[in-house]
Design a binder for this molecule. Structure first.
Ligand code: TXA
Ligand code: MG
Length: 318
């Protein structure tokens, strides 16, 4: 299969209608989209990504009317939060309706839904008769893509088309929330800050993002974003004299180190938004270098820093 890249929305629509795969830009990361109502089309996503079938997908729509049309809206409290954030980096879990195939939810009773914030993808979706299921457009277990080139680097020949919408502005995946009784549960820390959710929800919030024992949500597994290099935490008492700097890379938050050949600084200004948008770029850059070890530095544990640190920790082994 030849993978084409471009900005042709009509072409992307035609491919999706025919049951093909299109990588779509979103503000978080690029997604790998197929017709969510067509189980054969959705199955191709799992093949292209080498993704286990027990890992459920997020369904993308472009309007609240779509939410009415395709889903059972069981919990209005979630819709009220979504109304304040969509289009944006938030995914909500609603009761699954009959028309959503089981392959999309991996047999779970809830379905993950979001309206992404990207003009090309919103235009694409608004002209379709169906929602699209789309996980991040990377091979399973690898770093998510934040540019069309990242997608091409890894999925060339496996998908039909890449809709090029430039660099993803947010750079980390959506925050995933759902209700369990009266409690709001955060299943994945992401582009919508927990502080923002607290502002919009007047009730108990539980954060449950680590689930080593629950294979129904591998995005929550302890080690998920797996570069090829040996990944180590940058300790506060790091001793450079004990290190072969020609074989070692560094991912730092804001400090540039002197006389270090391989390093990537997330945000010299110390801005967490900028750091999030450059995170996966940095991990990919370091992963391609002729080195064998990468030291990663955690960022301040607040606002988007929670999502950044979550991803960084999941690059580490045990
Ligand atoms: O920002 C994003 O969310 C991106 C863009 C493309 O929208 N998508 C994304 O999808 O990150 P993915 O497949 O890489 O991660 C989705 C994760 C799953 O691994 C799983 O943890 C969770 O969402 N998920 C999906 N459906 C679920 C469900 N029904 N119940 C619980 N968790 C679910
Ligand atoms: Mg993913």
């Amino acid at each position: 299969m030849k993978t084409e890249i471009g900005k042709d929305i009509e072409k992307a629509r035609a491919i999706l209608r025919a049951g093909g795969l299109v990588a779509i830009p979103t503000e978080t990361v690029y997604g790998l989209a197929a017709n969510a109502l067509n189980p054969e089309a959705v199955a191709k996503i799992f093949e292209a990504k080498n993704r286990p079938r027990f890992d459920p997908l997020i369904v993308h729509i472009s309007t609240f009317e779509d939410l009415e049309r395709f889903f059972i809206q069981k919990d209005l409290r979630l819709n009220n939060i979504a109304k304040k954030i969509w289009p944006g980096p938030l995914t909500i879990l609603h009761q699954k309706s009959e028309i959503i195939p089981d392959i999309v939810t991996a047999g779970l009773e809830r379905v993950a839904i979001r309206i992404p914030d990207h003009p090309l993808t919103l235009a694409l979706l608004s002209g379709l008769e169906f929602p699209v299921a789309a996980p991040s457009a990377n091979p399973f277990n690898y770093v998510s893509p934040t540019s069309a080139k990242h997608v091409m680097d890894q999925l060339d020949g496996k998908i039909d088309y890449i809709l090029d919408g430039g660099q993803s502005a947010v750079g980390v995946e959506s925050t995933i929330i759902g209700m369990e009784g009266d409690e709001l549960v955060v299943y994945r820390k992401g582009g919508t800050e927990i502080e923002k959710i607290r502002e919009l929800f007047d009730g108990k919030i539980r954060i449950q993002t680590l689930s080593a024992s629950n294979p129904s949500a591998p995005g929550m597994l302890k080690k998920h974003y797996s570069p090829q290099k040996k990944m180590l935490l940058f300790p506060s008492n790091f001793d450079i004299s004990q290190t072969d700097i020609s074989k070692t890379g560094f991912l730092r938050f804001k400090e540039t180190m002197e006389n270090i050949p391989w390093q990537f600084v997330l945000s010299p200004a110390g801005d967490l938004k900028e750091a999030a948008s450059r995170l996966f770029e940095g991990l990919r850059y370091l992963d391609k270098l002729p080195i064998d070890t990468v030291y990663i530095e955690l960022v301040p544990e607040k606002s988007l820093g929670l999502a950044i640190n979550d991803r960084l920790k999941r690059t580490l082994g045990d």
